[in-house]
Design a protein around this ligand. Structure first.
Ligand code: GLV
Ligand code: MN
Ligand code: MN
Length: 420
């Protein structure tokens, strides 16, 4: 598995280079002993510069777009042809693994590198995008990068603030970008043939079945909420238990109610991933609690019903405890179905590698959820170890990186736009 792989005469892919580049990107991190890289941070700037250089080396014209995405364009047989967009994200969760997002960007660049090395131009252009914000860690607003490309950026998101009170508007300016020009990042519909993304599965199915890759059928829908509970801060030693308005105790009851409601529906998941108590001292009753809710399901109607029930239950808990509930929806996205024609072409590329085609849904969110506003979407999953993701233990093998890249390149080389 070491060294370049011959895909077609002259077209060469290097899985070890894909792995090395994921390692390299993992070094652009807030903390030295792990990986956290959030939107519009100095670490993202450094990662962007590296990715821009790789894109140029692979034969692309590369630039930063108006929202901070890295975009590389490889022209087709003539300049200015409609493009196939390939990509994934370059931001990470806190204490992340090094393949979620990055593998897709690096594998797409590797595919273009192989085409360029073979001197091949296709009857369409290719654009590779390293999306700047998919995870939504910094501003609690997910898919900012891909929404901008899809022309679906919401102006009110500019007012979202990070934990230090810095607004997205201010952060964009600090990054050298002009918030008034975000719409310049958008593609028009006729310019784009499809969006295709390679991503690690982030789940255990492919590994359990002994398969290296699979075709994604749809991305589950998701709702995210930011919750704030206002109680009354007080002295931990003097206020009797019956006279407290403890915001954190109320939040704890809410967390369990969310878990109960979501656990009651097959394939639904509900998570409180962030919880803070304020002012946050051992001898002060928490006067305020903040937490996030993330609820997902392959069925939109079931998710919407669960969110309604959860909000009603949270309201009841807070009323009973004499505390005040404030809820803000930070994300709402329905199930994003992959286009059957792209699934078929992705499946053909897998079959051509002599691998049986496995189709599976994605429980994790992806940039395709936003890109579907612009064009049809398709995804290729690559097996990851024990299905672990959003965790520094995230791992893939060089052999699987190679199979993933070979399939992806085959898909690109044989890509036929849908007849209009
Ligand atoms: C993104 O990784 C998500 O599914 O939250
Ligand atoms: Mn992720
Ligand atoms: Mn991801």
């Amino acid at each position: 598995m070491n060294g370049p792989v011959e895909v077609r005469a002259g077209a060469r892919l290097s899985a070890p280079r894909i792995m090395a580049r994921c390692d390299e990107l993992a070094r652009f991190s807030e903390q030295p002993d792990g990986l956290t890289r959030v939107y519009l941070s100095p670490q993202q700037q450094a990662a962007n510069e590296r990715v821009l250089a790789w894109m140029r080396e692979a034969g692309m014209n590369a630039r930063l777009d108006a929202i901070g995405n890295v975009v590389g364009r490889y022209e087709g047989e003539r300049p200015g042809l409609p493009c196939l967009i390939l990509g994934s994200h370059l931001d990470t969760v806190r204490d992340a693994g090094k393949y979620d997002g990055m593998l897709g960007v690096v594998s797409a660049i590797e595919s273009v590198h192989a085409l360029n090395a073979a001197g091949r131009q296709l009857p369409f252009a290719i654009e590779v995008v390293g999306f700047a914000d998919e995870e939504g860690v910094r501003f609690n607003a997910t898919l900012i990068g891909s929404r901008a490309v899809a022309g679906a950026f919401r102006q009110e998101t500019l007012n979202a603030v990070d934990k230090d009170g810095v607004s997205l508007r201010e952060a964009l300016r600090g990054f050298g970008l002009d918030p008034e020009r975000i719409r310049e990042a958008a593609h028009r519909r006729g310019e784009v043939l499809a969006y295709a993304e390679l991503h690690i599965e982030q789940g255990p199915v492919l590994e359990a079945e002994g398969r290296a890759v699979g075709v994604v059928t749809a991305i589950n829908g998701a709702t995210r909420l930011a919750i704030e509970i206002d109680g009354a801060a007080g002295h931990a030693g003097t206020v009797p238990m019956t006279l407290r308005q403890d915001a954190l105790a109320a939040a704890a009851e809410c967390v369990l109610a969310i878990e109960r409601r979501c656990a009651g529906v097959p394939e639904m998941v509900g998570t409180v991933g962030k919880l803070e108590a304020l002012p946050g001292a051992v001898n002060v009753i928490p006067g305020k609690a903040r937490f996030t809710i993330d609820i997902r399901s392959p069925e939109d109607s079931l998710r919407v019903a669960a969110v309604q029930d959860v909000l009603a239950e949270l309201q009841a808990i807070c009323r009973r405890r004499g505390v005040v509930l404030k809820t803000t929806q930070t994300h709402e996205g329905g199930v994003a179905a992959c286009a059957p024609w792209l699934m078929e072409q992705m499946g053909a590329a897998i079959a051509a590698e002599g691998i049986a085609v496995r189709k599976l849904p994605s429980g994790a969110g992806h940039d395709g959820m936003a890109m579907i506003e612009l064009c049809d979407i398709g995804m290729l999953f690559v097996r990851c170890e024990k299905g672990i993701s959003h965790n520094p233990a995230e791992a893939i093998t060089v052999a699987d990186a190679e199979i993933g890249a070979r399939v992806f390149l085959r898909f690109i080389e044989n890509f036929r736009p849908q007849a209009q």
